[in-house]
Structures are given as C-alpha cells and as structure tokens.
Design a protein around this ligand. Structure first.
Ligand code: FES
Length: 609
C-alpha cells in the first residue's frame, strides 16, 4: 500500500535462458543478483555479492546501466561493449532484458570407495500375526507380541493401538533398541534411511535400504546457502551482519534437505513414513548452520566451535520430515576446521584398522583437511588452501560443470589437447584442469619453478604463440575462440598461477608439518587417500609434478571419491560405527597451523614447483 509521498516504481525484468523467457516484476532499486537468485536462477556468487570475485557476470541486452567503478576490474572492454555486467553491482533502474548462459546440470562426486558394511541397526520392523488365543493359553496380547519378536518394552501410543486392534489381523510392529515404538495395521516391513553429506558447495543424499544395505538412489544439489558466498567465512559474516542470518541459513538448508528427501522418496515410490534414520556429515561450520547456530567463534582466534560431539535428535526436534519416531545422527567433528566429513572419510577407509604403517588422508575443498597416523597415533590439521581449485579467484575458473576444461596436455607436436566435462564447448577451467595446465606448463618450461612465466625472449617460437596479455597481466592462451560466435578465449594468467601456488603450498606445508610432528619418513607411509570431488578427478602424477603432494608418495595415492558420503552410509547401516567414531574422536589430535611456528617457513618452501 502506498503511503503519503511514497512512490514505488514497478519495473519489468525479462530473463532469457535455455530458449525460455520469463518476465519478473521488480521494484526500482532492486539488486539484479538478488532478483535472479530469488527466482531460482543459478548464478556463480563466490563472494556472496560483495563485488570482489567477478563471477556473477550476466549479459544485459536492453536497459544496460552505466558501469560501476568496481566492475571495470573484472570486465574486458569487449565484455563492457557487449553489455556484460556484474549482477551483484547492478541496480534495476528501468525495464531490463537479461540473457543468461544456458544452465548446466550439476555434476557432483557421489560415488565413493565401496566398503562392505555390517548391517546392525537400532530399528526392526516386522509384520506378525498372533496365534489364536485359547482358554488354555492365558498369555496377554502384549506378551504374545513380545515373545513373537523377542522384545520387552513398548511406548504408550503403541500400547493404546494394540489394545484397539483386531488380534486376528496381521499388523506391523516397529521397534527401536528392543522397545516397540509403532504398531500399524498395514503390512509392510520397509525400513529406509538417508545418509547426507552437507558440503559447502554441494549436498549429496543417499537413500538406503536399512534391511539389505542396498543403496537405492542418490540425489545431489548445490548447497542453497551458496548465494550468501561460496566459502564458509562469507556465510559466517552473513550471520554476523544480519540478526536473522543464522536462522535464514538453517531454514534454507532444512527446506532443501526436506525437498530432496521427498524427491528421493517420490521417485522410488517410498513413503516418508518408512524412512526412520538419517545420518549427517559435513564440515563443522555447515553443521552449525544446520542448527541455526552462529559459527562466529570458529572464524576468529582461538577458533572454538560451539560443539563437536556426535549427537542424536528426534526428527521433529530438527524439523526433518521422515517418520516422526525416526532419529537423526550427527557424526562428531574434531575442531572448527576438521569436521564430521573427515570422520566420514576415515570411516570409509577403515582408518583404525591400520596399526603399523602410517596413512595420509587429504580432503581438498576450500580448506585442505589433512590427517596422518594409524590406529594408535593420529593427528590432523586444516590448511587454508582457498577456493582456487573450486574455480574461485581464477580468471576463467569455474565449478566442475559441463564446459569446464578438466584435462589438459601438450601432445608430442606441442599442440594443446584438452577435455571438457560433458564434451561441451569450453567455458572455463575447473580444479583438475587447472592442475594439469600448470603441471604441463612447468614440464615444457613455459613457467619456472618459481611460478613465473619464462621471459618471452627465452621461450621457443611455438611457446611464444600461446602468450598474451589480459588486463595488463601476462597470460597463457588455452583456447582461441571463434569470436564471430561470441565465444571468449580462455586464458591462464600469472595471477592465477600464484593463486594455485598459494593453495598447493598450504596443502604441501600441512603434510610436511604432520610428517615432522610424527617424526616419520615417506617410506613409513602406506597409503595416501585423497577424498572429495576435486581429489577424485585430479591427475595424481600432476599433483606430484606441481609438488602439492611429495613425489615420493605418488605410487601410494588412492582416490576414494566421496569418502564423507561413504562414511555417512556406513554409520547409517552399522550402529557400531558410533563406537568407532568415538575412538577416532578421542585419539585424533588437532594442530592449529596458524600458530604453528614452522608453518610459515614450510608454506614458503612449498610455494614453488
Ligand atoms: Fe558478484 Fe562476486 S562479484 S558475486
């Protein structure tokens, strides 16, 4: 309703994508990025709309506005002339037409090492028919149920239902830890659970049959919180600046988890009532946001989380829509920066089964979490690798979605050969491609061990052909685009190489600090497990060429895929995993690298190739 003197100008925003058009009503002054996100469009927002990542570019074909000063840093003259702007820096001031790149389906690493689980769950569900009562057999009906199923306790509600049941009928009894919690007239013994891995970027949900241990289906989605920033610190900052921020993050996450569980149930013709158990892994900050708890204390020294223990909740307490007698298990974390996802990785490889040699576990995301040890002595740290391998801070960096260059090499004729995800036209570079490109440029002497490009006068002629300049920074041309088709060259700049050096230097230094702490040699390592999406696609040889992982360990690398998800599934199927994670939590020590005297030295030592 308009009040005295107040005028609200309604504007029309037309959005074109995938051949479709959608008209959205906006108000003058609305932020373009917010409008697009609120209407369900997928836009890269690594910095959460702060205008400092340059990833939220959109093409405005009508109603383009004057350039914001900050935007110039991220846009080439060509882009400016084409009407490309940063959505987060664009205010809607009039009717506008926006063209978005065709959307691509998310590709999430959902598979992981297969470790056979013992099936040992706290729930039982059986359909029974009681033997006809006779005058000679005076056993009460409840005792008959108990004897039939070897149970000895019942909740009040089930007792009432039993009292009203026709005892001639078959009925289904569900028990938990020996106590009857549900009696139903229908005949079904179905017992399902969902293991959930909440990553900062993506969420994966596995629907599991708790009776057979079979994985029925998997569903993955982007973490909806990414609109508040790609990294955990941006999200914490959002909760600091906005009074209701923590609650917003929680609601967004829970809402999407509930929708995803429903999607899994619907497409497999399963009732939500037949899902009884959920296990959740995630980094410590994601678990805080799941509960609507501010994780501000993790972002500043001494980096103390609000909680790290394993926890169990009734479904209704948390607001997850499955059977209301169901249970939610949250796996334990170790510290603010070594979370329950890493505990999941360790369960996946049965880390405690190794008692002699030492095993290294590396999970590379925005942080590189590293664990080294065996069943007697195990230590961990978190190296602030930054989001370079997830595409942020890299000029043509992007997530691992179709169109991302994921593999790269020079053939023997010194020609470039690359692959893109989905064999699509190249749009940018994802983490594994970035690592390949840098390893190859180093191998053929286009970059030096310091990371700097070799001076052009020292390059061979074929090498010079690839060199160019991007916004006054030296760059290597990976693809030469057909400009008539509106495509762009894809480049790797000197600044991008520095970003990768910072990321890989942190991981290499973390490994070295842990090795020194345990006073062991590389010969003492049995396996180097690499977990996570990027870890699964990277070329282990090239990871050693750029010295992210010591070359002595190359032969020991085992890529385990989504170890966190595998761990969550094991915890779902086998209640003994609670004890195993309890042992891990007790023996796993955490080393805070930011106050470690040797870390800065190792970091600088490990920056080169
Ligand atoms: Fe717009 Fe980062 S620059 S979201």
């Amino acid at each position: 309703m308009l009040t005295g003197g107040e005028l609200i100008m309604e504007q029309k925003l037309l959005v074109r994508q995938n051949g479709d058009e959608k008209e959205i009503n906006c108000i003058k002054g609305d932020n373009l990025l917010e409008v697009l996100l609120n209407n369900g469009y997928e836009i890269s927002t690594y910095c959460g709309g702060q205008g400092v990542c340059g990833k939220c570019k959109v093409k405005i074909s009508s109603g383009v506005k004057e350039l914001d000063e900050k935007e110039e840093k991220y846009l080439t003259n060509e882009e400016i002339n084409e009407g490309i702007r940063l959505a987060c820096k664009t205010e809607i001031t009039g009717n506008m037409v926006v063209e978005l790149e065709d959307s691509e389906d998310i590709e999430v690493m959902t598979s992981g090492l297969i470790r056979k689980a013992d099936i040992d769950i706290e729930y039982n569900k059986d359909t029974i028919k009681l033997k006809k009562a006779t005058i000679d057999d005076q056993k009460d009906y409840l005792k008959r149920v108990y004897d039939n199923l070897s149970l000895e306790n019942i909740n009040y509600n089930s007792l009432k239902i039993l009292g009203e049941m026709d005892k001639k009928e078959t009925f289904t009894v569900t028990s938990k830890e020996g106590k009857i919690i549900e009696i139903l007239k229908n005949n079904n013994n179905l017992l399902y659970g969902v293991a959930i891995d909440i990553g900062t970027t993506t969420i994966v949900l596995y629907l599991m049959d708790l009776k057979t241990g079979r994985e029925i289906d998997v569903f993955s989605l982007y973490n909806p919180q990414k609109k508040f920033g790609a990294d955990v610190i941006s999200r914490i900052n959002y909760t600091i600046k906005n009074e209701t921020g923590a609650e917003e993050l929680k609601n967004l996450l829970l809402d999407n988890i509930n929708k995803s569980i429903k999607e899994l149930a619907d497409r497999n013709n399963i009732s939500l009532n037949d899902i009884y158990k959920i296990t959740i892994v995630g980094n410590t900050i994601m678990l805080h946001t799941l509960f609507g708890i501010k994780a501000e204390s993790i972002a500043k020294s001494p980096y103390i989380p609000q909680f790290t223990d394993a926890m169990e909740f009734d479904t209704e307490e948390i607001g997850v829509n499955i059977n209301n007698k169901g249970i939610i298990h949250i796996l334990p974390s170790i510290s603010g920066y070594v979370g329950a996802d890493i505990i999941g990785d360790l369960l996946a490889v049965n880390f405690l089964s190794y008692s002699d040699g030492y095993n290294l576990m590396i999970d590379i995301g925005t942080n590189g979490e590293i664990v080294l040890g065996n069943s007697k002595n195990v230590i961990s740290c978190s190296a602030a690798a930054g989001p370079a391998f997830e595409g942020a801070n890299i000029t043509f960096g992007m997530a691992g979605i179709p169109g991302a260059i994921s593999e790269f090499k020079f053939n023997k004729n010194n020609e470039i050969e690359y692959k893109t995800i989905g064999n699509k036209e190249p749009k940018g570079i994802c983490g594994s491609g970035l690592l390949d490109i840098i390893a190859e440029l180093y191998r053929v002497n286009i970059i030096k061990s310091s990371g700097a490009f070799v001076a052009e006068e020292e390059m061979e002629d074929w090498q010079k052909e690839f060199m160019t300049v991007y916004k006054e920074i030296k760059a290597f041309k990976i693809t030469t685009a057909d400009k008539t088709a509106g495509a762009k060259d894809i480049l790797l700049t000197q600044k991008d190489i520095r970003e990768v050096q910072l990321a890989k230097g942190a991981i290499a230094a973390g490994i070295e600090i842990l090795r020194k702490e345990l006073d062991i040699n590389y010969d003492d390592f049995d396996n180097v497990f690499i977990a996570g999406g990027f870890g699964n696609y990277l070329d282990p040889h090239n990871a050693c060429v750029i010295k992210m992982i010591p070359e002595e360990l190359e032969e020991k690398i085992v890529q385990i895929g989504n170890g966190a998800g595998t761990g969550a599934k094991l915890y779902l199927l086998d209640k003994k995993m609670k004890e195993t994670t309890g042992i891990l939590k007790n023996i796993l020590k955490y080393i805070e690298l930011s106050i470690n005297q040797d870390f800065q030295v190792e970091y600088i030592n490990n920056m080169g190739f």
